[in-house]
Structures are given as structure tokens and as C-alpha cells.
Write a protein that binds this ligand. Structure first.
Ligand code: COA
Length: 204
């Protein structure tokens, strides 16, 4: 797929993906108030990279829900709406988190990196596990040149590691003191999966 069909150099809008526990859809400017409410939470930011604003202001949310989320450094970003089918939550159509898949280039051009967060009020309902499974299937279907999906996770973030496992990712390694978070060096773990039907190349 082309990552840059838009004259402004933005990624194309993502489709809607439906699950049992959540629906993933493109962000809209009108999502900013809800997104800010869920993102402006130190418990959400604690295990996210320092570039995730905290406090998360309305201006941050408006920028993100406008075009920032389609810039190629982030693409492709889905908003997470709780509920699949005709549940009350889905009728509210409120974005309570985001999940992204970002193709890499150069040396890592066979890989894409995933990232996700969910508003605390919705934790432990299986929503992110399902969202990750949906985006993983979408990435395999739409990114033929990508053979590996992966994410760096803080070693302390057991919840995210459980989510990754539930979606079929495996622990590939640990990178001691590789991450800088709030001025401190902390360990990262890498979770990844390779394209179904493919095997690691010789020597792996
Ligand atoms: C980590 C996070 C994405 C988990 O999302 P979630 O929707 O609550 O995860 P799920 O409900 O799909 O969890 C599946 C399993 O993960 C495990 N899990 C989830 N949160 C956990 C936690 N805080 N501690 C330990 N295990 C956890 C559990 O085994 C859970 O199953 P269970 O509820 O049946 O016990 C969410 O807490 C979050 O957004 N945190 C802040 C941002 C973040 O850490 N993003 C990931 C960066 S790599």
C-alpha cells in the first residue's frame, strides 16, 4: 500500500474494523474532547514514551485528532470505541484510546511498529487485546511488504505484555536500560510476530 497518497503527505484514512468488544475507526476532529479526557491521566502516560503529552491538553487532542495522527511518523492510527455490534457504548461512539501501526523504512523496512493506549475506565475488559488482534490482521492484509510486526514495551508493563501475548505476539528479547523515561534509563522488552506462513530466514 502507498503510505502517502495525500497531497499533504498524510497517510490515507484508516477503515473501520469491527470486533466483539470494540470498534476501531478513523479519528475525527470531533473526538478531541473525549480523547483528551481519557488521555489526560498519569496512569495512562506512565508506560508511554515521553512524547505522549502529560498533562494532555485540549490543544494536544485537537492537534492529534486533526491531522497529526496521519503524519507518516505515526500512521496508521485507529481510534478505539468500546463495544462491538449495537451496544450502548458503541452508540455513544466515544473514542477512549488509540492503536497505531507504523511501517518502518531503511534497514527496518520489513517491519512495522505497533503502539496502543486505552482510557483507564475501560481497562481489563479485553478491549486492547482484541484491538491488537484486529490491527494485526489488517496489517497483514494491507501491507504486503511487511513481514514482522513488533512493539517495544517497558519491562515493568506487565499488562501490555499480556495484551501482546493474547494477540499472538511472543517475547523476542530484552534490552537492558534501553529506554529513557522521565530522565531514567529503564529496560525494554520486544514482542513481535512474523507474517503467518513465513519462517525466520536461515540462521535465525
Ligand atoms: C496496558 C493496557 C493497554 C491494557 O489494556 P486492557 O484493554 O486493559 O487489556 P486487556 O483487558 O485486553 O487485558 C488482557 C490481559 O492483560 C492482562 N493485564 C491487563 N492489564 C494488566 C495490568 N495492569 N497488570 C497485569 N496484567 C494486566 C491481564 O491478564 C488481562 O486479562 P484479565 O483481565 O482477564 O486478567 C492499558 O492498561 C493501557 O492503556 N495502559 C496505559 C498505556 C500503556 O501501557 N500502553 C502500552 C504501551 S506498550
Amino acid at each position: 500500500m502507498s503510505d502517502c497518497d495525500d497531497p499533504a503527505g498524510l497517510a490515507p484514512e484508516v477503515p473501520t474494523l469491527g470486533g466483539q468488544r470494540c470498534t476501531l475507526r478513523a479519528l475525527r476532529p470531533s473526538d478531541a474532547p473525549a480523547l483528551q479526557r481519557h488521555a489526560d491521566d498519569p496512569a495512562v502516560a506512565y508506560n508511554l514514551f515521553d512524547g505522549f503529552p502529560q498533562p494532555y491538553t485540549r490543544a494536544d487532542a485537537e492537534r492529534w485528532c486533526g491531522t497529526q495522527h496521519r503524519e507518516l511518523g505515526f500512521a496508521h492510527v485507529f481510534g478505539i470505541v468500546p463495544g462491538g455490534g449495537e451496544t450502548a457504548d458503541q452508540a455513544a461512539d466515544e473514542v477512549v484510546g488509540c492503536i497505531s501501526v507504523t511501517p518502518q523504512d531503511g534497514l527496518w523496512g520489513s517491519s512495522a511498529v505497533l503502539g496502543y493506549w486505552l482510557g483507564q475506565a475501560y481497562w481489563r475488559r479485553g478491549i486492547t487485546s482484541e484491538a491488537l488482534s484486529l490491527v494485526t490482521a489488517w496489517a497483514w492484509a494491507t501491507m504486503p511488504g511487511i513481514t514482522r510486526l513488533w512493539m517495544p514495551i517497558y519491562a515493568r508493563n506487565l499488562g501490555s505484555q499480556a495484551v501482546a501475548r493474547r494477540a499472538g505476539y511472543v517475547l523476542e528479547g530484552r534490552m537492558p536500560l534501553a529506554i529513557r523515561k522521565s530522565g531514567q534509563a529503564i529496560d525494554a522488552v520486544m514482542f513481535g510476530c512474523i507474517r503467518p506462513g513465513m519462517r525466520p530466514s536461515e540462521g535465525a
